[in-house]
Ligand binder design. Structure first.
Ligand code: PRX
Length: 649
C-alpha cells in the first residue's frame, strides 16, 4: 500500500461527466438513500424500452434477484439500430488485423452485417429464441456480428476463448447443449496463420451431440475439413441474405449470454447474464469510467472470449455509440511498439489492457512509447489483477505522459461490468488501489458476519446489495450459484454476494484488492481453478495424486506450480512435459504449469486432508508456519522440500 496520491488532470475533470469527489459522493449517497430510484433514473434515461417495466427490483426470491420486471427491449437494438439516425456513418468497429489490414465498419454497415447474420441463423439453421449458440472465434468483426445477431434473435451465445482445447470446448458445448457452433477456419497471429476449425472437429468427435451444424467464417483461407450436412461456409451463405431483420422483443430477465469461468471447485460454471440490467451497466460504466465521448476512439485489448471482451469491446462501447477498436494480433508483434503505433495511427483516446500486458510491454520496450505520438490518449485502464507500482508508474509516466487518468477497474465475469474503479475526472488515485465502489454499487469489505475489518486488515470483498448487471445463476445449477456466491458472508443477517477476493481498506477508505482467497489461480489475468487443473492431471494413468498451487510470477502475476505423486512402479522420463501435455489437451495452453515437481507424497492430516498451505509455502520458498508434527507423515515435508530444491537446480 502506498500513500502517494495522483490528482486528476484538471482538463479531464472539467470535461468529465463526474467532475469531483463531491459529485461522486452525492451520487453514491443518493443511491444509498433511494436505491431503486437511483437505478430507475438511469434505466429510463439510457434504455430504449419497447414496453415499460413495472418494478425496478424484485428481491422476493433472493438471491435470484430480478431487475426491471416485465420490461421489454432488445440489446441489439440498444447497440445498433437506435444509433442509426444520429450515427449511421460513424465508425462502430475499427478492425486492425495482425498483418496491418484495416476494416472500418460504420453503424449502418454494422446494422446490415448483423441483420444478414441474424437472417442466416434463423433461415438456414432454424435458430430460435432461447437456443444456445457456441462461438469459438478469433478476434475478427464477424465475432461481434455473431454475438449481436444472437442478441437480435434472442439466442443465447456462449463464447469460448480460442485458446481452450477441444476437450474444454466440448465440455462447454455439452453443458449448454448448444445447437450451433460458429467458428472460423482460423486467423493470424504474429504474422502466421493459426487454426480453430480443427479444434471444433476434434471437440465434436469427442462429444457435443447437441450440435447440429457448424458455421465457418473464412479468415485465413487455409485448408479445412468440411463435414457434409454439418459444416457450412459463412461467406457463401451470407451473400444472399437480406439486410433487414426484425429483432425479437426480449424480456429484461431473458438470458443474454453464458460465459464459462473457473471456480474453486468442480468444472467451469456457465455464468448467466440477463438483458436489461447487463446492457444498462455496460453503457453506464463506459460513460462513467471511460468517460466516452462522441469523437473518441476506444481500444480494449482483451479477447472476446473473456468477459472484458464482451462488456468492453462489444456491448458497452456499442451501447454507448462509441468507436471500438478490435485487434486480431498481439501488442508485441512485429515489435514492442505495435500497440503504440496503433494508438498513434488511430488517435486512440482510451486504452484498456491488463497488468500482464503492461509488464510485457514495459520489459520489451521501456522507451518504445516515446517514439510515437500518444497525445490522443486521455484515459488508461487496467483490469484482471492488482497492478504493481512499477508497472503503474511506467504506464502513467511513459505511456500517459503524466497526463492521463489510470482507471484500475476491479470486477469479475459474474459482475458483468466494473464494480470498483477510479472515476477519471474525480478520484485522487493511489497506484495499486482500485479506489472506491462506483456509484450505485455497494461493494464492501466485511467478515463472515458483516463486520468491517480494521484498517489494513484483510476481509472478504462482498457486494452487499444486488446490482443490475449481476450474474443471474449458474446455467442449469441454481444450487451451485447459491453455494458459490451467497453462502460465505452475511450482512444484517442476510446472505450477500461474495466475490472470492480478499481486500482491505486503508486509512482513507481506499480499497486494496489482495487477490483470491479461494483456490483460484490468476495467470496473466486468466482465472483457473486448482480443482479443474488437478482433475485434468489426475485422470492420467501414471499419476496417483496431484496438487496445484499459484505462485507469484514477475510478468504473469501468478504461475502454476504442480506437485505430482506418481503411481508405484511408474517411471516417467520427463514429468513436466508429460503433465503439461495433459493440461494443454484437457484445458488449453493457458493452463500449462511453469513448475511441475514429482514428490513421494503430499502432506496430509490424519484424516487425509491435503495441507495446501504447506505446499504453498514450499512452492513460494517461504517459511512453514504450520505445525507439521500432526501430519500423518511429518517426514514428507522435508522430502518435498528436497525435491523442489533439486527441481530448481
Ligand atoms: O481476483 C480478481 C481479479 O480477477 C478476478 C475476476 O476474473 P474474471 O472473472 O476472469 O474477470 C477478469 C476481468 C474482469 C477477480 O476476482 N481482478 C479483476 N480485476 C482486478 C482484479 N484484481 C485486482 N485488481 C483488479 N483491478
Amino acid at each position: 500500500m502506498t500513500n502517494e496520491v495522483y490528482y486528476p488532470n484538471p482538463k479531464l475533470s472539467k470535461e468529465a461527466r463526474i467532475k469531483s469527489m463531491d459529485e461522486y459522493w452525492q451520487l453514491q449517497n443518493s443511491a444509498k438513500k433511494d436505491y431503486e430510484g437511483f437505478w430507475k433514473k438511469y434505466a429510463d434515461e439510457k434504455i430504449e424500452w419497447l414496453a415499460p417495466y413495472s418494478k425496478v427490483l424484485d428481491e422476493s426470491n433472493a438471491p435470484f434477484y430480478k431487475w426491471f420486471i416485465d420490461g421489454k427491449l432488445n440489446v441489439c437494438n440498444q447497440c445498433v439500430d437506435r444509433h442509426l439516425e444520429k450515427r449511421g456513418d460513424k465508425v462502430a468497429i475499427l478492425f486492425e488485423g495482425d498483418r496491418g489490414d484495416i476494416r472500418k465498419i460504420t453503424y449502418k454497415e454494422l446494422s446490415q452485417e448483423v441483420n444478414r447474420f441474424a437472417n442466416l441463423l434463423k433461415e438456414d439453421f432454424g435458430i430460435k429464441k432461447g437456443d444456445r449458440v457456441v462461438l469459438y472465434m478469433p478476434m475478427i468483426p464477424e465475432a461481434a456480428f455473431a454475438m449481436l445477431a444472437c442478441a437480435r434473435i434472442g439466442a443465447i451465445h456462449s463464447v469460448v476463448f480460442g485458446g481452450f482445447s477441444a476437450e474444454a470446448l466440448k465440455d462447454r458445448i455439452e453443458d449448454a447443449k448448444a445447437k450451433l457452433v460458429i467458428t472460423a477456419d482460423g486467423a493470424y497471429r504474429k504474422g502466421k496463420p493459426y487454426m480453430l476449425k480443427p479444434v471444433v472437429d476434434e471437440a465434436l468427435e469427442q462429444g457435443g451431440d447437441s450440435v447440429e451444424k457448424v458455421l465457418v467464417v473464412k479468415r485465413n483461407n487455409e485448408e479445412i475439413n468440411l463435414v457434409e450436412g454439418r459444416d457450412y461456409i459463412y461467406n457463401d451463405l451470407i451473400k444472399d441474405k437480406s439486410t433487414e431483420c426484425e429483432f425479437e422483443v426480449m424480456d429484461s430477465e431473458d438470458p443474454l449470454f453464458l460465459l464459462y469461468t473457473s471456480g474453486s471447485t468442480g468444472k467451469p460454471k456457465g455464468v448467466q447474464h440477463s438483458q436489461a440490467g447487463y446492457i444498462l451497466w455496460a453503457q453506464m460504466t463506459m460513460e462513467w469510467v471511460f468517460d466516452i465521448k462522441e469523437e473518441d476512439v476506444y481500444w480494449c485489448t482483451a479477447d472476446i472470449g473473456w468477459i472484458t471482451g464482451h462488456t468492453y469491446i462489444v456491448y458497452g462501447p456499442l451501447a454507448a455509440g462509441a468507436t471500438t477498436v478490435m485487434f486480431e494480433g498481439v501488442p508485441t508483434y512485429p515489435d514492442a511498439g505495435r500497440a503504440w503505433k496503433m494508438v498513434e495511427a488511430h488517435k486512440i483516446t482510451q486504452f484498456y489492457t491488463a497488468p500482464t500486458a503492461i509488464r510485457v510491454l514495459h520489459k520489451m520496450g521501456e522507451d518504445e512509447p516515446k517514439k510515437y505520438d500518444l497525445s490522443s490518449l486521455k484515459i488508461l485502464g487496467t483490469v484482471g489483477e492488482p497492478i504493481d507500482p512499477i508497472a503503474w508508474k511506467w504506464y502513467y509516466e511513459v505511456v500517459g505522459r503524466g497526463e492521463c487518468a489510470i482507471v484500475d477497474t476491479w470486477w469479475q465475469t459474474e459482475t458483468g461490468g466494473h464494480m470498483i474503479s477510479p472515476l477519471p475526472g474525480a478520484t485522487p488515485i493511489k497506484p495499486g488501489s482500485a479506489t472506491f465502489p462506483l456509484p450505485g454499487i455497494m461493494a464492501e469489505i466485511i467478515d463472515e458476519n458483516g463486520n468491517k475489518p480494521k484498517v489494513g486488515e484483510t476481509g472478504l470483498l462482498c457486494i452487499t446489495k444486488p446490482w443490475p448487471s449481476m450474474i443471474r445463476t449458474i446455467w442449469g445449477d441454481d444450487e451451485r450459484f447459491i453455494k458459490s456466491y451467497f453462502s460465505t458472508a452475511k450482512k444484517d443477517g442476510k446472505p450477500v454476494y461474495f466475490s472470492g477476493d480478499g481486500a482491505m481498506y486503508d486509512e482513507d477508505g481506499y480499497i486494496w484488492i489482495t487477490g483470491r482467497v479461494d483456490d483460484v489461480i490468476n495467470v496473466s489475468g486468466h482465472r483457473l481453478g486448482t480443482a479443474e487443473i488437478e482433475a485434468a492431471v489426475k485422470e492420467d494413468s501414471h499419476i496417483a495424486e496431484v496438487a496445484a498451487i499459484g505462485v507469484p510470477h514477475p510478468i504473469k502475476g501468478e504461475s502454476i506450480f504442480i506437485y505430482v505423486v506418481l503411481k508405484d512402479e511408474v517411471e516417467l522420463e520427463n514429468v513436466k512435459e508429460h503433465v503439461n501435455e495433459i493440461l494443454a489437451s484437457e484445458i488449453g495452453n493457458i493452463a500449462k504449469a511453469d513448475d511441475i515437481v514429482a514428490v513421494p507424497g503430499l502432506p496430509k492430516t490424519r484424516s487425509g486432508k491435503v495441507m495446501r498451505r504447506i505446499l504453498r509455502s514450499i512452492a513460494r520458498g517461504e517459511e512453514i508456519k504450520q505445525d507439521v508434527s500432526t501430519l500423518e507423515d511429518p517426514g514428507v515435508v522435508e522430502e518435498i522440500k528436497k525435491c523442489v530444491k533439486d527441481a530448481k537446480k
